[in-house]
Design a protein around this ligand. Structure first.
Ligand SMILES: Cc1cc2nc3c(=O)[nH]c(=O)nc-3n(C[C@H](O)[C@H](O)[C@H](O)COP(=O)(O)OP(=O)(O)OC[C@H]3O[C@@H](n4cnc5c(N)ncnc54)[C@H](O)[C@@H]3O)c2cc1C
Length: 471
């Protein structure tokens, strides 16, 4: 966002970051095996490509290095204020200014605010009875304890989602014994991960057009995956067949295979990519436990059939608070309205980015902007361009308020929800994409290209513009 604002000539920017370093997701998720599951040539910005990715799917350390490179190359450090935990946003409609409250009592005022607090930045522990009773060591995947020595330890992993399938193969190499507690098996597809040869990096450096071409090819390939993952099509059947073949090839034991066979349509939950998860589960020091967890005890985990499993350490690969029915902190808009209340039954916005009654506020990864099949950064770039256009308008036209109209927002959401009804996400499984009522407020029901097209224009007719007094 800061790069794009800077390039549009807007330099009166402040970035408020609660941590003491940049990196977001890739600063926090440093567990063993952490890596992206979108090829790095697509999981990077089109305006700042990196010819030096070491593999097709880079690890978190390398992505973090890329973020550090962006900060230094685009000279972003002067804008960043660390250890600034934003605890609330309040719009002063007389002045046309947002007031951001910072933990500790400070306030920052701004003509416009971009919410970039991350879709997956608040780690959560599951709602399991006795969580506070357990006396051993606990680690959340997004807050890894790098000082803990796993050797000879009895370790539990709770969760079998995207982080768990990366952690388990590494833990099995380090720990004495690993038990994996699975609630629902996911679809696992092979991961086409290769080291990038030196000649390839040299080619990208010498002829950047070749990297552009690869990025475009990867983009189109991922777009075509929407047909398998988002909607129920013949490609969905093919993707499921690949998943079943992968399982059959890697797991010979019939009982285990049955435990690992998903009972929902592929795409309904996030598709997992791994070549070493199934082999890790079959190592002599690893066991899959499929009995539901009843409670945590002082020593470990008690499962529903009454067995207590004792552990030195429990790893929670249990994901994030995705904030589907509320806001990460109180946001007060026109006339004292509270976004938390308005979103109590499910978040909604206009084109995922603006909310009626909250002028001059732009959301990244707002409601229904989530990708299921393509790079988050492709969606992010469209959001950044859109926010720049909006902010430019506020400044150029000296607007007190640029506020999306409630009816435009309602029409947008009606169309989105109608399109979601026919997607695999809404086909009956329980996932973090849905609210408790089964309302999908996270995912965008279409191709990334459609998303980008809708974000290309800021349609003035859909906005109410209020000039500054005397403007
Ligand atoms: C383990 C993992 C793997 C992933 N892999 C992929 C992938 O392969 N492909 C993909 O497309 N996406 C992936 N994602 C999604 C990923 O979150 C996004 O791709 C992207 O990193 C989001 O970037 P962001 O800047 O919006 O948010 P983040 O990277 O989460 O950054 C948000 C920042 O805001 C700060 N912050 C939050 N709240 C406050 C507050 N109240 N006050 C001040 N600062 C605050 C946080 O400290 C953080 O630094 C993955 C996510 C995780 C967790």
């Amino acid at each position: 966002m800061a790069i794009q604002l800077q390039q549009a000539g807007i330099r009166d920017i402040v970035i408020l970051e609660r941590a003491d370093a940049v990196g977001g997701t890739w600063r926090d998720n440093r567990y063993p095996g952490a890596a992206c599951d979108i090829p790095s040539n697509l999981y990077s910005y089109s305006f700042a490509q990196n010819p030096n990715w070491s593999r097709s799917f880079s690890g978190s350390g390398e992505i973090l290095d890329y973020i550090h490179y962006l900060v230094s190359h685009f000279n972003l450090a002067p804008y960043i204020r660390f250890k600034q935990n934003v605890t609330g946003l309040n719009f002063d409609e007389n002045a046309g200014l947002w007031h951001a409250s910072i933990e500790g009592g400070d306030t920052v005022r701004a003509r416009a605010v971009v919410m970039a607090q991350g879709p997956l930045s608040n780690a959560i522990f599951p709602d399991i009875a006795g969580l506070e009773k357990y006396k051993g060591h606990t680690i959340h995947s997004a807050r890894w304890d790098h000082d803990y020595d796993f050797s000879n330890k009895r370790v539990a992993v709770i969760g079998t989602g995207a982080s768990a399938v990366q952690i388990i193969p590494e833990l099995v190499k380090q720990a004495g014994f690993v038990k994996v507690f699975q609630r629902t098996p996911g679809w696992v597809l092979p991961r086409p991960d290769f080291e990038t040869p030196e000649w390839n990096k040299a080619l990208f450096r010498k002829f950047p057009g070749t990297q552009d071409a690869l990025r475009k090819a990867l983009y189109v390939t991922h777009e075509s995956m929407a047909l398998a993952v988002i909607w129920n099509s013949p490609l969905t059947r093919i993707a499921e067949r690949i998943g079943r073949l992968h399982l059959r090839r890697q797991v010979k034991d019939r009982w285990l295979r049955r435990q690992l066979t998903p009972d929902f349509r592929i795409g309904c939950k996030r598709v997992l990519l791994s070549n070493d998860y199934y082999p890790a589960l079959q190592q002599p020091n690893c066991k899959l436990v499929t009995w539901p967890i009843d409670r945590l005890s002082e020593q470990g985990i008690r499962t529903a059939e009454g067995i207590e499993h004792q552990f030195d350490c429990i790893v929670f690969a249990t994901g994030f608070d995705v904030c589907k029915t509320g806001t990460p902190f109180p946001i007060t808009g026109l006339g004292g309205r509270a976004l938390h209340d308005e979103w109590a039954r499910g978040a909604q916005a206009y084109k995922s980015i603006n909310v009626a009654g909250y002028p001059n506020l732009f959301l990244t990864f707002g409601p229904n902007s989530g990708p299921g099949h393509n790079s988050a950064l492709v969606y992010m770039e469209s959001q950044l361009d859109y926010a720049v256009r909006g902010i430019q308008k506020i400044l150029d036209e000296d607007l007190k308020m640029l506020d999306v109209k409630a009816d435009a927002q309602a029409a947008h959401n009606k169309a989105i929800q109608a399109r979601l009804a026919n997607t695999n996400w809404n086909s009956g499984c329980k996932s973090w994409y849905l609210t408790e009522d089964g309302h999908n407020v996270t995912m965008y029901p279409g191709f990334a290209t459609q998303y980008a097209l809708q974000m290309r224009t800021l349609d003035e007719a859909d906005y109410r513009r209020t000039p500054m007094a005397g403007g």
